[in-house]
Design a protein. Structure first.
Length: 89
């Protein structure tokens, strides 16, 4: 069985981007919610700050979508590569 690189990339982008978007939006309403998570995410994404502004929510979500797509594509590609060579195991 092989994975569709495109489908896994899109799925990971939607899940990771949606997760960051959800936490960031709830954090705008409830400042204590997810603040440690957003601080950790902001340490990985340049230009994203956990300052509770809508522009930062959009920047963080954009980075998360790109990061999720790249991670999903890499995962599916590596899975397909290793799955093709390990039939004897």
């Amino acid at each position: 069985m092989t994975l569709s690189v495109r489908s896994v990339a899109i799925t990971a982008a939607v899940l990771w981007g949606g997760g960051v978007l959800f936490v960031a939006l709830v954090n705008l309403v409830l400042p204590s919610y997810g603040s440690a998570f957003l601080h950790g995410v902001s340490s990985c994404y340049p230009g994203f700050h956990d300052s509770r502004h809508i522009i930062d929510v959009l920047i963080g979500t954009g980075y998360a979508v790109l990061d999720g797509a790249a991670g999903g594509a890499l995962f599916a590609w590596l899975y397909n590569l290793l799955n093709g060579r390990s039939h004897s195991v």
